[in-house]
Design a protein around this ligand. Structure first.
Ligand SMILES: Nc1ncnc2c1ncn2[C@@H]1O[C@H](COP(=O)(O)OP(=O)(O)OP(=O)(O)O)[C@@H](O)[C@H]1O
Ligand SMILES: [Mg+2]
Length: 574
């Protein structure tokens, strides 16, 4: 019941339209009732008394009733349709905006395929069902009531007897509704597996081909679609059982009415007109009642996607503070920061203390899994430490707005994120409204201008999904240009480990040096040249800072740094 209330909440903002549609429904129902009502004069006055004036009038009247009914049906359909489309559009928008404001950690728990499926498939399912339900509830219940009134007027005793069987049928169908809900939930999970699978296959198409997995992936996909098919067939079977049930109850009711009413006509207890008018009402009632019985099934079917969407909407969003951080960043301080990823057993960062002053270049080195990426990810609050705090200019970062905090950092990560748009739009991503001149200047600083000019449409070239039409080094330089353009006071670099060819490497180095000048920089360093330039090196191991100092200072220590140096960096010395 609680959920039905929530579902109707969705429709509430459009109550005016729904009320208008309700008005139209009442008129449609009254007209349907009047058709059944008219059967009596047709029978008694035209067929029995042979009234020729009435014979002239009736066709016009019938046409008029149908025509007016058509107009109001159309109006009702239009109003409900618009409520429906609006509701779906707004719910989709709300869901998308909600998802965008969920913490980064959430995206590790929920696959993007699943999220896409919720925004596309689950909402699509609500689209049909809510409108059907509202429309059915409005029109069909009004019509059923109008017709019951006509039937009652004509012959109260049989009407009551023939309606008595209905609650039993409704109850049985209600039972089916429960089954439908379970099936519908599973079915929505299955379709989200399909989107998930498609998403992964297309993103990983190169790997898929490289390992010649087409055959296996095909088979896996066929299994998923077969599961989905089975679930839907189950729903179809249960739904059609409901149809059979209604037909049976309807058949029994109408057979009884025919027999009993026929007897009343033969014994002259009832006129032929009364009987047929009554019969018409019962026949016309049949379809609305069947649809009403199905309303529950439809509602149950809508419940599963609705639950999935409600759960997602109930996920807590990231919480920002109210202060704005100035553009000038003088100090960054980690104070006893500990962080554990959700569902992880060990601390990724363990009581970390670090103070960085303006203009410093901090190189972060350490074994894989030591917590380097985690450390820099805490700065823009992609994750929230469980213990300790991070202060920027002595202000706790949880107290400042995301916009001012995040615009303080330029992030050039190892894995470059580009969008399927023009080169220009990709560079200007962090600064909407940037003009041509600024963008070109940024591209020059990133050593990207020359290769951009060689592209077919220069800055207006579309670079393909995730920048697939560019080389790895080119992609990296675009992301540097993007960072240059926003001119952030603090830079976070996750240096590429993959070796580029020497020319690209040199250009990339120069681009990075341009970017680093006059900024505070955190660099996860894999190159000796960067490390040597750093004002301080910190060595992270198992989430703790084990050593800190300059290259020269650390070399003599005989600690992890020295080992790392011998293993990793000494080959780069030339
Ligand atoms: N999203 C995540 N969810 C759960 N655990 C994670 C997540 N990301 C990283 N970890 C774990 O946290 C620890 C630190 O990871 P982190 O990515 O910070 O290492 P790193 O020092 O950057 O390593 P690398 O040099 O290989 O990039 C690792 O044990 C890793 O398994
Ligand atoms: Mg890392």
């Amino acid at each position: 019941m609680e959920e039905f209330r929530k579902m109707f909440e969705l429709v509430r903002p459009y109550w005016r339209r729904v009320a208008l549609a309700g008005g139209a429904s009442i008129i449609v129902s009254a007209l349907s009732g009047s058709l059944a009502w008219l059967v009596k004069p047709i029978m008694d006055d035209i067929f029995v008394k042979k009234d020729s004036f009435l014979l002239m009038m009736i066709p016009f009247l019938v046409f008029f009733i149908f025509f007016v009914k058509g107009i109001f049906l159309m109006l009702n359909g239009y109003l409900i349709g618009s409520v429906n489309q609006k509701m779906v559009m707004n719910l989709r928008n709300r869901l998308f905006s909600h998802i965008l404001n969920l913490p980064v950690g959430y995206f590790g728990k929920s696959s993007s395929g699943e999220l896409i499926s919720k925004v596309v498939n689950d909402i699509a399912l609500l689209n049909g069902l809510v409108s059907l339900t509202v429309k059915d509830l409005l029109i069909e219940s009004c019509t059923a009531i109008a017709l019951i009134c006509v039937a009652l007027w004509r012959r109260p005793d049989i009407t009551i007897i023939s309606i008595v069987a209905l609650p039993g049928a409704f109850y049985a169908i209600g039972k089916l509704g429960k089954r439908i809900r379970q099936i519908s939930r599973r079915s929505q999970e299955k379709i989200s597996h399909i989107t998930e699978f498609l998403n992964e296959s297309f993103t990983g198409i190169k790997i898929l081909k490289a390992f010649s997995r087409q055959q296996d992936e095909n088979e896996r996909f066929e299994k998923i679609t077969r599961d989905y098919y089975r679930e839907n067939m189950r729903a179809t079977r249960v739904g059609e059982t409901g149809t059979l049930l209604m037909e049976t109850v309807g058949g029994i009711g109408i057979a009884f009415v025919m027999w009993y009413g026929g007897r009343l006509v033969i014994t002259h207890a009832m006129t032929v007109g009364d009987f047929f008018s009554f019969l018409a009402a019962i026949f016309l009632m049949y379809s609305p009642i069947r649809r009403l019985a199905k309303v529950n099934i439809n509602l149950q079917q809508a419940r599963a996607p609705f639950e999935r969407i409600s759960q997602l909407l109930a996920e807590p969003q990231e919480i920002a503070g109210a202060k704005t951080l100035g553009h000038e960043i003088n100090s960054i301080e980690f104070k006893d920061v500990s962080f554990t990823y959700s569902e992880s057993k060990h601390k990724a960062l363990d009581s970390l203390n670090l103070t960085v002053q303006k203009g410093e270049i901090i190189a972060i080195v350490g074994r894989s899994g030591g917590g380097k990426t985690t450390l820099v990810n805490l700065l823009p609050r992609f994750y929230q430490p469980q213990e300790g705090k991070i202060l920027i200019n002595s202000t706790d970062i949880t107290g400042v707005t995301f916009k001012s905090l995040r615009s303080s950092f330029g992030i050039v990560s190892q894995e470059v994120i580009l969008f399927n748009d023009t080169v220009f739009a990709n560079i200007a991503y962090g600064k909407p409204g940037a003009d041509r001149e600024e963008v070109v200047r940024a591209a020059r600083a990133a050593y990207a201008h020359d290769f951009i000019m060689e592209l077919p449409q220069g800055y207006d070239t579309i670079i393909g999904e995730r920048g697939t039409r560019l080389s790895g080094g080119q992609r990296q330089r675009l992301s540097i240009a993007r960072a240059v353009l926003t001119n952030p006071p603090v830079l976070i670099l996750d240096e590429a480990t993959s070796s580029l060819d020497t020319a690209s490497e040199v250009m990339l180095q120069k681009a990075l040096e341009n970017l680093m000048s006059n900024r505070t920089t955190f660099v996860i360093a894999h190159r000796l040249s960067t490390i040597k330039k750093a004002s301080r090196i910190i060595v992270l191991d198992k989430g703790r800072i084990t050593e800190t100092g300059t290259h020269q200072e650390l070399l003599g220590h005989g600690g992890i740094y020295q080992k790392l140096y011998e293993l990793q960096f000494s080959s780069q010395e030339s």
